[in-house]
Ligand binder design. Structure first.
Ligand SMILES: [Zn+2]
Ligand SMILES: [Zn+2]
Length: 351
């Protein structure tokens, strides 16, 4: 992950960062699949598992029976109601005919029609009686349906009584399962974080750094993002505690690095000029000069000042004269820009 000045090198570094990101994205996709599917590692839970099987099948049979009974009662009631409405229509029609006939008869007042009157009245009575019978059949079926309904309600009440404790047992079993599955997820993602920490400490500058950084990104996302939807009630604590531990570790690492850097810097600033130059890399020195800082001590210097030959902070030579043509030039370049003579105290390449 060293920075170079060559154009292709810069672009290849960027491409390698892209590789790191893509690698992290694919790992993250795979990780989320695995983390999501961990729920299915255990057999699925159902409320029915927590009921007495004998009582359950008995009530289920009763429910089926009551259901069938109610269906049959409803069908019979519909039939009886249909028959009743037919009988009622018959009576109404007959009565209307009779009333009309009676009106005609009153108007003509013919006594020879009396037997006819009796016959018609009898026929009407027969129709009325059959209508009453139809109505009482309807009443019987209504009663049967009511009985079936109440039997069904009783079965439902028994089922509820059986289900309530089972539902409580199911809920606590579910909770235990969630905790267990969270422990599996933790057991999977936490070691990733540990591996990522080791890679960061040991391998982040290796030749294969894009894969190292991809894995580190993946481990961070897996633990701090992918685990979030599955957190149980105490999961937040786990996440924050690990976050705090991680921050402390990274912070400690940064502080130690800073101390080490300052110690190294002080040590190197105490060395003679020629030796100091050997510890500097060419590309690094050029990049620092490009940013307007001293390559030796990284403090700001005014490079545009034509009289500035030495760093006023650390004393390292910034400008010198070419051994061949005596042109004043940058003390870190490898060749004199005026005559092309190789510089006497040129820096080592980074490679
Ligand atoms: Zn300096
Ligand atoms: Zn020269």
């Amino acid at each position: 992950m060293k920075k170079g000045l060559r154009l292709t090198e810069t672009w290849l570094q960027r491409a390698l960062w892209l590789v790191a990101l893509i690698f992290a994205a694919f790992l993250t996709g795979l990780g989320s699949q695995v983390v999501g599917n961990l729920w299915d590692v255990e057999a699925p839970l159902q409320v029915e598992q927590f009921m007495d099987p004998a009582a359950r099948s008995a009530i289920e049979a009763q429910r089926e029976q009551a259901d069938a009974r109610r269906d049959a009662a409803t069908k019979r009631l519909e039939q009886a109601e249909q028959k009743h409405s037919v009988a009622r229509a018959n009576t109404a029609t007959a009565r209307e005919t009779f009333d009309n006939w009676l009106a005609t008869r009153s108007a003509t007042a013919r006594p020879d029609q009396d037997p006819e009157l009796i016959k018609r009245t009898e026929a009407l009575d027969v129709l009325a009686a059959s209508e009453r019978r139809a109505l009482s059949a309807v009443e019987v079926e209504r009663q049967a349906q009511l009985d079936a309904d109440q039997a069904m309600q009783a079965v439902v009440a028994r089922w509820d009584a059986l289900e309530r404790p089972a539902a409580a047992a199911y809920a606590s079993a579910m909770q235990r399962k969630e905790l267990r599955v969270f422990a599996y997820r933790l057991a999977l993602t936490l070691p990733l974080l540990v591996i990522a920490g080791w890679l960061f400490a040991r391998k982040r500058k290796s030749t294969y750094w894009p894969f190292v950084w991809g894995f580190i990104l993946f481990a961070l996302v897996a633990f701090f993002v992918e685990l979030v939807p599955y957190l149980p009630s105490y999961g937040g604590y786990v996440r924050y505690v690990v976050g705090i531990v991680l921050t402390v570790l990274v912070g400690r690492y940064a502080i130690v690095s800073l101390q080490r850097y300052l110690a190294r810097q002080k040590e190197s600033e105490a060395l003679p000029d020629a030796q100091r130059r050997q510890t500097l890399e060419y590309d690094v020195a050029m990049a620092r000069l490009g940013k307007g800082v001293c390559p030796g001590c990284e403090r700001t210097v005014n490079l545009k000042d034509g009289a500035l030959d030495f760093c006023p902070h650390c004393g390292i030579g910034l400008a010198d004269r070419c051994g061949q043509c005596a042109t004043r030039k940058n003390a870190f370049v490898r060749f004199c820009f005026a005559c092309g003579t190789p510089a006497a105290n040129s820096l080592a390449d980074q490679a």
